[in-house]
Design a protein around this ligand. Structure first.
Ligand code: APR
Ligand code: ZN
Ligand code: ZN
Length: 361
């Protein structure tokens, strides 16, 4: 057992605190990781606000890179010294989803069995089974994916959540490929990643839609061919106009609201695909659309779950593309901050000032 500094959310809505936590030695199938970087994601804030569950206190942070420090008995996936990106879905390989070849729907994903605790012994709930706003964290070895040591940790750590969710929404869920016309509604960290993924796959055009000019500028930096300010222009009409009057083959909704979902629904071409990657709140409802429109337009209405990714396949591949200059992960790192700046980073995230704030340890 060892003691490290970490950021916790003690009670619903209370500001985060830096405290000392106990990290057990790794048991069978577990690894202790020395965290190098951890991005600040909306889900951390949702935990703090009680929007996910009420298992306080939470150990926040889940978008991380680090170095494996020690592994428990039976671990073969990684060894001490490996540079890894952490993932929150370590698939079981045994369940129905895994056996039918769709491990991204695995319903038996695993985390470390032992608990990290506060100094008084109170058990912590690690965010998404990771808890990486901490100098060290304990995870299941399957949550560690080894990637090239040449990569900048702050950039590739973002593949652990938001950037993978966006790239995967385009490539894995949307099936975007060369020549696909794509529109992305909502250009925060996730939406801009969907744009970068679409560009990587050879999509054309790649249309960025947002109500914030700063976000549209970021989308252009990542390769969007056109931008639409939907606070001033009807995005459905604009997307149709930019796609020869038809609508886009794939429209990715990266806000998580009924009105933007409805825009996505009508902005796609006949037989096109809508991908919902923005996370709605439980009280939101599907817009009341005429069933004849659903029937008449055909195509597919999908949601994307962690970018339908397979970390062991996708993380090393995307890191290699980054190292070869094909994928600008650095563009997502808006600022590098310390553990004591997480609360202020939540505020900047809420004001839409950053794509990602990344804690450097
Ligand atoms: N129309 C278009 N864009 C909008 C609208 C709207 N009505 N409302 C908000 N936006 C834009 C914001 O301006 C912002 O650029 O959506 C973007 C949301 O981005 P972020 O807040 O940075 O969130 P991000 O990290 O990208 O995540 C997007 O995916 O993982 C989920 O919980 C996350 O639901 C959130 C979504
Ligand atoms: Zn499984
Ligand atoms: Zn996240």
């Amino acid at each position: 057992m060892q003691q490290v500094k970490a950021v916790i959310a003690r009670a619903e809505g209370a500001p985060v605190e830096i405290v000392t936590v106990n990290v057990p030695d790794p048991g069978p199938g577990e690894a202790v990781v020395k965290v190098l970087t951890c991005g600040v994601c909306h889900t951390d804030l949702h935990y703090r606000e009680g929007g996910i569950n009420d298992a306080f206190p939470f150990l926040l942070g889940h978008e991380a890179s680090g170095i494996v420090e020690a592994v428990g008995p039976g671990v073969t996936e990684v060894e001490p010294g490996d540079f890894v990106v952490l993932n929150w879905r370590a698939v079981c390989g045994q369940c129905r989803a895994c056996k039918r070849g769709e491990p991204w729907y695995c319903f038996a994903t695993h985390n470390a069995k032992q608990k990290m605790t506060l100094e008084d012994g109170t058990e912590l709930s690690p965010a998404l089974g990771i808890g990486a706003f901490a100098e060290k964290t304990l995870v299941a070895a399957g949550q560690c994916t080894k990637v090239s040591v040449d990569a900048r940790p702050a950039a590739v750590g973002l593949l652990g959540c938001g950037v993978m969710a966006g790239i995967g929404a385009a490539i894995n869920t949307g099936g975007v490929t060369r020549g696909t016309s794509v529109a992305v509604i909502g250009c925060g960290g996730v939406g801009v990643a969907a744009i970068a993924g679409s560009v990587l796959a050879g999509a054309n055009p790649v249309i960025a839609v947002d109500i914030d000019a700063k976000k549209l500028a970021a989308a252009t930096r990542l390769g969007a061919t056109h931008t639409v300010d939907s606070s001033a222009t009807d995005p459905v009409a604009a997307i149709r106009e930019l796609t020869g009057g038809f609508g886009a083959d794939v429209v990715i909704e990266a806000v998580g609201r009924p009105d933007t979902w409805e825009q996505a629904f009508y902005a796609r071409d006949l037989a096109g695909t809508v991908v919902l990657v923005g996370v709605p709140t439980p009280d939101m409802r599907v817009p009341d659309l005429p069933l004849i429109d659903v029937f008449g337009r055909g195509g597919a209405l999908k949601s994307s779950w962690y970018g339908d990714c397979l970390p062991s396949r996708d993380f090393p591949m995307l890191v290699d593309l980054y190292l070869r200059g094909k994928l600008d992960l650095d563009a997502f790192v808006s600022e590098e901050i310390g553990l004591d700046d997480v609360e202020a980073a939540f505020d900047r995230m809420g004001r839409g000032e950053v794509l990602r704030s990344v804690v450097i340890l």
